[in-house]
Design a protein around this ligand. Structure first.
Ligand code: CS2
Length: 497
């Protein structure tokens, strides 16, 4: 008997799904009010889910026009599936799969930038959200200043349609200003420090470089009409894998090529500054506040800092996933000490939160065996992540006269990781926008730990001059890197007291 492949998820088959797996809003019934840039797994399991729940609870024209800036894989899958995809939440209490139907439009910015600009300038659109990862903003990681390279310059002079995210945004703001299309909130949902303020500064810097074709009075129009609320976003959402796609297919009975798997936990803290209105996200559990800063710092330094530390130590130690790495003897304890001795000591948490307890809950979430988050995935783009995740902690501890031993271990593990070889000799990928600069520095460094530390501390985009010149930090890095080189991650961790 021939085995027929299961059909594809789509509107036509929704009625055959179990009721609790169906979208909360009838697909096709929504009107667009949000444009989202960045179609990655995180957006599909986070803001899209919150937004669909908010519309189901309180209504509103807040369908999402989703834009893939560059890659087309997920976009083509979603197009073939009428914009539908599923989220499987999986943890200790089992798994639950639900189809999300909040996407009203799907666009590819690289193929049709003008249409994306026009969409963001449409008066019906009142919010633009972004998950374009740290590097998408084109900011110098250490200083937060916009990097004006040839691509961005060409975007801004208007000699061709925009290809960068800042270019798309500024062209959209120009079009919106010309059409006087009404107020807008531009919302960064990426793990950047003070992400709202960074996005505002980025657009201001880019607007100053606009060619003569830029509309008169743009800066004033933006100041009067555009808000940049800061956010803290949180949910662990690994990249899809053959296993996660198979799990979605068995739950739905149809194939879903855009399926995502995520932990059950999620959090979204949003500064409530939306001049054109917003979905009732609080109905979906989001916290609307005047200042997301304390939440954002807590999460970046604790969750993301520990995540990166586990990723580098785990990858070098030969562990494929974050959960597996946490089972290495000594690793869990080292991460607890990173939180208790370095992060907690340098951080003022939001009212009612204890950093150490928050850290414990984060470690429990990382240990979720149902979430196969690959260490090399979390390890990528380290140059863009280290400052806000670990180096701000290091700098604060040094300013207080303390020796940030565990944060230095994490940075030393990154220095070991970027050399490209795990303890068992297998190759490690260096997937980082500064990969060429990192490789070049390593190539000209003496091969000993002190030489490697010196060479990498010279990366000014990552390590500010003052931190690079700090002898205590440098000595800690050299001591840890010597131990990691000589003994490997496992022995270094079990010997660390
Ligand atoms: C991770 C984050 O890949 C990474 O760098 O640290 O994506 C992390 O999973 C999320 O921020 C959790 O909210």
């Amino acid at each position: 008997m021939a085995v027929t492949a299961a059909g594809l998820l789509g509107r036509a088959g929704l009625a055959r799904l179990p009721e609790r797996s169906r979208p909360l809003v009838p697909p096709g019934s929504l009107r667009t009010g949000i444009v989202h840039l960045g179609l990655g797994a995180f957006h599909r399991a986070h803001q899209a889910v919150y937004t669909e729940e908010a519309i189901a609870g309180a209504g509103g024209d807040w369908g999402i026009a989703a834009v893939a800036p560059r890659s087309t894989g997920v976009l083509s899958a979603l197009r073939a599936q009428d914009g539908l995809y599923s989220v499987t939440s999986t943890g200790a209490h089992g798994a639950h799969t639900r189809v999300v139907g909040v996407f009203t439009d799907l666009r590819h910015a690289a193929a049709d930038p003008d249409a994306v600009v026009a969409l963001m300038a449409d008066p019906a659109v009142r919010i633009v959200t972004l998950t374009v990862t740290e590097k998408g903003y084109r900011l110098d990681p250490a200083s937060g200043r916009l990097i004006l390279d040839d691509d961005l310059r060409a975007d801004l002079t208007g000699e061709r349609p925009p290809v960068t995210v800042p270019g798309l945004l500024v062209r959209a703001l120009s079009a919106r200003c010309r059409a006087d299309a009404g107020p807008l909130a531009l919302v960064s949902c990426d793990n950047l420090p003070a992400n709202g303020r960074r996005l505002r500064r980025l657009t201001e810097q880019a607007m100053q470089r606009l060619g003569p074709g830029g509309p008169a009075g743009l800066a004033g129009w933006v100041a009067d009409n555009v808000a940049f609320p800061g956010t803290m976003v949180d949910r662990i959402v690994p990249a899809a894998s053959p296993d996660s796609l198979a799990a979605a297919e068995s739950a739905l009975g149809v194939r879903d090529l855009a399926a995502v798997t995520a932990e059950p936990y999620r959090q979204w803290v949003i500064e409530d500054h939306f001049p054109g209105g917003r979905p009732a996200w609080e109905r979906a559990g989001a916290v609307l506040t005047a200042d997301a800063g304390p939440w954002e710092r807590l999460k970046l330094r604790t969750l993301n800092g520990v995540h990166s530390a586990i990723a580098y130590l785990g990858a070098v130690g030969g562990q494929p996933t974050v959960a597996a790495a946490l089972r290495m003897p000594g690793l869990h304890e080292a991460m607890r000490r990173l939180v208790a001795e370095d992060v907690a000591a340098s951080l003022q948490p939001p009212p009612g939160v204890t950093v150490v307890e928050y850290g414990e809950s984060v470690l429990d979430r990382f240990a979720n065996p149902a979430i196969a988050h690959r260490t090399v995935q979390v390890a990528q783009d380290g140059s863009q992540k280290l400052p806000q995740r670990l180096l701000h902690t290091v700098a604060d501890r040094r300013a207080a006269g303390a020796a940030p031993r565990w944060a230095a271990l994490a940075v030393a593990a990154w220095m070991r990781f970027v050399q490209g070889r795990a303890d068992d000799g297998t190759d490690l990928p260096l997937d980082d926008p500064l990969a060429a600069a990192i490789r070049q520095r390593l190539a000209s460094a003496p091969g000993n730990p002190a030489g490697v530390v010196h060479a990498l501390l010279g990366l000014r985009a990552v390590f500010p001059a003052e931190l690079a010149a700090d002898e205590v930090f440098r000595d800690l890095l050299t001591a840890w890197l010597t131990a990691l080189d000589r003994h490997g991650v496992a022995a270094t961790l079990s010997g660390a007291r």
